[in-house]
Ligand binder design. Structure first.
Ligand code: FAD
Length: 405
């Protein structure tokens, strides 16, 4: 397995058989999903990103070319809820590095909470294939965004000047806009859309173990100018909670797609070895591993669909389910893949083997978009306190931030 899995196959073998439970109200345009799968396969034929293509500038360029090509074919904008979740599964099946192949990604924050000027400035560019990054984590610990130290001071002309250091930032050199979280001059946590070309932004890339399609590392802000219209409407913590309630199911679906690709490879390899006579019979232990893996992946996907639906409708437990199903789904994907990888033998240990790459990428998702002990802790706290955390107020009720504070 050195090539990405076919997007079309992920739809026919994994999603179509579950159609009646995934989409009981027939909200998804399945013809459009199939068209997207075909377009993705075509874009990957034009810009191959097999596991034999190492991380680096060329890989990053091709991934962006895939995103732009899909955008040009009308598969750019993040459609709400279930459709985008299924797209993420399809993209993850092809390669987890394709997690930004379509959709607004973190640009959703701009779409939902940006001023008219900011939306007008960035949404057409994101829709045409550019990328949004997010900068929350700081060196003292990403699991505590309430303790954010990056802060703004009021400049001479009344605009804000933001200083601080963000770390472990993905899409470090690829993003054209970052949604940056910092303290407003009044101490309130806020977020703003910051042009990646702004003076005062300095980047220090760090080589990651996995998820290496995009560059990753430190983003320093030295008097980065933020205008009133750049500041997203609403309290930063509320924005974070609302955003990740919807974003985490997308990440989880991508991971489960990657694990499903490994499952198919292993099942096909074993079948081929048996058919050719190389193996007289398949051991029960291998069959048990496959049977267990399949049901684990499918039930995790169904849980993820539930979390996405909760986020879509603004359910009171959307944040909780987004966190818990992310931790559970990605733990499941990791354990399934490490279990099944043995059945590929030593060939599955080659660095240029797609299954090896999927393992490396999945390990990164244990940290990215919420580290798992923190996510399970959120769920545990919910089950043990009466004052349960709830999703933030709907957009209409979030107050604009004053620049003069
Ligand atoms: C591949 C990848 C991509 C990422 N992309 C981005 C990105 O684009 N933007 C971004 O902002 N961030 C990004 N991150 C950062 C990610 O969100 C953080 O790694 C994550 O939030 C955890 O933060 P941390 O690594 O600083 O760990 P910490 O917050 O330092 O936590 C480390 C451990 O300490 C534990 N801990 C925390 N407090 C306590 C306590 N009081 N007592 C005991 N234990 C405690 C935590 O639960 C955790 O197990 C990315 C990370 C990875 C790996």
């Amino acid at each position: 397995m050195s090539e990405p899995g076919s997007a079309g196959k992920s739809i026919t073998t994994w999603l179509e058989p579950l159609r009646s439970v995934l989409d009981p109200c027939r909200r998804v345009d399945w013809g459009r999903l199939t068209a997207l799968g075909d377009a993705l396969d075509q874009a990957l034929a034009n810009h191959p990103v097999g596991a034999d293509l190492p991380a680096g500038a060329e890989r990053s360029r091709r991934l962006r070319a895939v995103r732009r090509e899909l955008a040009a074919r009308g598969h750019s904008s993040g459609e709400p809820g279930l459709f985008q979740l299924l797209v993420q599964f399809v993209c993850g099946y092809s390669d987890i590095d394709l997690r930004d192949a379509t959709g607004l990604g973190h640009g959703t924050l701009i779409a939902r909470h940006g001023s008219p000027q900011t939306r007008e400035r960035w949404l057409p560019r994101l829709g045409a294939g550019e990328l949004a990054g997010i900068a929350i984590t700081e060196p003292h610990g990403g699991s505590r965004p309430a303790e954010t130290r990056t802060s703004a001071a009021v400049g001479e002309d009344g605009t804000w000047l933001v200083n601080g250091c963000k770390t472990w930032i993905s899409r470090l050199t690829e993003a054209t806009v970052f949604v940056v979280f910092f303290r407003a001059p009044d101490g309130q946590l806020v977020a703003a859309a910051v042009d990646a070309a702004q003076p005062g932004l300095r980047r220090r890339p760090i080589p990651p173990t996995g998820l290496a399609g995009w560059t990753w590392g430190v983003l320093e802000l030295d008097a980065v100018r933020v205008h009133q219209e750049d500041v997203l409407h609403g309290d930063g913590m509320a924005l974070l909670r609302e955003h990740f309630a919807g974003y985490r199911p997308l990440v989880t679906a991508t991971a489960l797609g990657g694990a499903a690709a490994v499952f198919d490879t292993v099942a096909e390899r074993l079948s081929a070895r048996q058919t050719s006579g190389e193996l007289a019979r398949l051991r029960d232990s291998a069959l048990i591993s496959l049977g267990r893996a399949h049901v684990q992946l499918v039930t995790s996907l169904l849980g993820t669909v539930m979390a996405a639906r909760f986020a879509e409708v603004g359910h009171v437990e959307a944040e909780l389910w987004g966190a818990a199903t992310k931790a559970h789904g990605i733990d499941t994907a990791n354990s399934v893949v490490s279990d099944l990888a043995l059945l590929l033998g030593a060939s599955g240990f080659r660095a240029d083997c797609q299954a090896s790459k999927i393992r490396r990428d999945l390990s990164g998702l244990l940290f990215a978009d919420g580290i798992h002990d923190s996510l399970y802790r959120t769920a545990g706290r919910h089950h043990t306190t009466s004052a349960n955390p709830v999703v933030p107020a709907p957009r209409a009720r979030l107050e604009p931030v004053s620049m003069t504070a």
